[in-house]
Design a binder for this molecule. Structure first.
Ligand SMILES: CC(C)(COP(=O)(O)OP(=O)(O)OC[C@H]1O[C@@H](n2cnc3c(N)ncnc32)[C@H](O)[C@@H]1OP(=O)(O)O)[C@@H](O)C(=O)NCCC(=O)NCCS
Length: 175
C-alpha cells in the first residue's frame, strides 16, 4: 500500500473486475485510450486472478480515495529495465464523477515518488494523445516534458491522431 495526500495505491483484487470491465466499456473513459477487443466480465476477472504478482518489471496498483476508500482508477509502471532504470507509466480514472478533484494529479505524484524512491528508477516515460488535454495538463503539472511527437499512431472514429512521448527524470517531480 502506498499513501498519497488524496489517494491510496493498493494491489488489485479479482473483485475489482466488475469496475474494470465497466470502465473499459465506457466510451468517455476510453476516448483517448486503446480499447482493443471487448472482453467479458468473466474473462477480465480470470485475467486479474491469473495476473503475475507485482514485481519490479510490472507494478499495477488500484487508485483508491483516502476519504471513502472508493476504487476510482489504476496506475501501472511497466516494462521496467534494470539496466537503465526506465519504466513506462499508464494511468486512468474510470469513475468519471471523481474527475477534476485532483485525484489523478495526486496518484501521478504518488506513483512517481514510489518509482524513484522505492524502485530506484532513473526515468519514467509515458505516451499521450495530443488531443487529450486534461491528461497532458496533469503530466506537465507534475513535471513531465515532451520528448517527441509520434505522428498518426492513434486512430479513433475514422481519424488519425498524433501522440506525445513524455519523460520525467529523477529529481524533476514537481509538488
Ligand atoms: C485525464 C485524467 C487522468 C485526469 O484525471 P483527474 O482526476 O480529472 O485530474 P485532476 O483533477 O488531478 O487534474 C485535472 C487537471 O486538468 C485540467 N483540465 C481538465 N480538462 C482540461 C482540458 N480540456 N484542457 C486542459 N486542462 C484540462 C483541470 O483544470 C485540472 O488542472 P488544475 O488542477 O491545474 O486546475 C482522467 O480524466 C482520466 O483518467 N481520463 C480517462 C482516461 C485517460 O485519458 N487517461 C490518460 C491516458 S494517457
Amino acid at each position: 500500500m502506498v499513501l498519497g495526500n488524496l489517494v491510496k495505491l493498493r494491489a488489485m483484487e479479482p473483485s475489482d473486475a466488475e469496475a474494470l470491465w465497466r470502465w473499459n466499456h465506457d466510451p468517455e473513459v476510453m476516448r483517448w485510450m486503446s480499447d482493443g477487443y471487448a472482453q467479458s466480465q468473466a474473462r477480465v476477472r480470470k485475467s486479474m486472478e491469473e495476473r503475475p504478482r507485482n514485481a519490479y518489471g510490472d507494478v499495477l496498483y488500484g487508485v483508491e480515495t483516502l476519504d471513502g476508500a472508493t476504487l476510482v482508477g489504476l496506475v501501472r509502471l511497466r516494462d521496467t529495465e534494470p539496466e537503465t532504470g526506465c519504466a513506462e507509466l499508464d494511468i486512468y480514472l474510470g469513475e468519471k464523477e471523481y474527475w477534476g478533484r485532483g485525484y489523478a494529479t495526486d496518484a501521478m505524484r504518488t506513483i512517481c515518488r514510489y518509482g524513484f524512491e522505492k524502485m530506484r528508477l532513473h526515468k519514467i516515460t509515458l505516451t499521450v494523445v495530443t488531443e487529450n488535454h486534461a491528461a497532458h495538463h496533469v503530466y506537465r503539472k507534475v513535471g513531465f516534458v515532451e520528448e517527441g511527437r509520434l505522428r498518426q499512431v492513434f486512430r479513433r472514429d475514422g481519424r488519425w491522431y498524433d501522440m506525445f512521448t513524455m519523460g520525467l527524470l529523477e529529481g524533476e517531480l514537481r509538488d
